[in-house]
Design a protein around this ligand. Sequence first.
Ligand code: ASP
Length: 349
Amino acid sequence: MPKVLLLHTGGTLGMAGGRPSALRPSAFFRTLKARAPELFRLADIELELFSNLDSSEMQPELWSRMAAHLHRRLLDFDGAVVTHGTDTLAYTASALSFMLRGLPRPVVLTGSQRPLGEIRSDARLNLIDSVLSALNGPREVTLCFDSHLYRGNRTRKVKVAEYDAFESPNFPVLGTLGVDATFEPGLRPRGSFRVYERLDPRVFLLKVFPGLDPALPLALLPHVRGLVLEAYGAGNFPIDPSLGRSLRPLFTQARERGIPIVVVSQAYRNGVDLTLYEAGAAALEEGAIGGGDLTPSAAMVKLMQALAYHPSPEALRRFIQTPIAGELTVGRPPPPVEPRKRGRKSNPR
Ligand code: ASP
């Protein structure tokens, strides 16, 4: 019988109704044995309680502990499943994918929109699919949800109250668990299995919006060590000094204070190209780092790790722009899903 480690961290999946009708963490393992006994026919499952938290309480220190724990235990199993709340699941998936390098076994994260104890819960199927993915899926950190397996660091939570809560907008699915379960090969393991658990969480995510005062962010953030800037579209933001809100001074100040800025896009699909518009070119002149098609959450976690391991500006830039777990598309981005309409310019340049 294959062996799977099931590490529970919390989330709706393991919750029960509380006062007056709020969900709160509950005795998950008892419910699991009662509601999903077939799981234990698929594999010899070792249950471990890591924490019992709503995932809004998940923090970088806990990612580090989780990664170290998985690093210690994973080789005793054929794969691992981590149950987790959906709210910060994309962050934790990114963190584990950057911390566990040369992963020798699949690590599958999952959660659910309704608690396991409820009649119409999606937890049972998500758990079964996750165990199957831990046994047959690619050896990387993935997220299994609503019959699909995604590369963890490419995911976004896209829905609050529907079962298909996750997508990986810039990367194809790694598995489909329909009538048949099919899996892609995924990442090829590189090097020996190691854990990089250090992070510097003194980062900030700043979204560009009309009206943003360029002097405000750094004045408000005296201790910040790195910024992820969610720019418009392909990496755009105000740059015209005559209109009073050019963000150029923000980039200049950040460079002078040694604060790296990683630019990602507010748009859901595709990524930034800082060579495309005047604003991006100015950002590059000021030393900003184009984050390509990194999701904002993957960029945040990667910047935390970069500051902890590669703080010098050039090394940090290289680290951010080199994929370590398939989180980033290098070279030409993949073609758009919908074919472009005939007659429309395909490239504004
Ligand atoms: N608030 C919950 C959590 O992230 C939501 C969920 O699990 O779906 O822990």
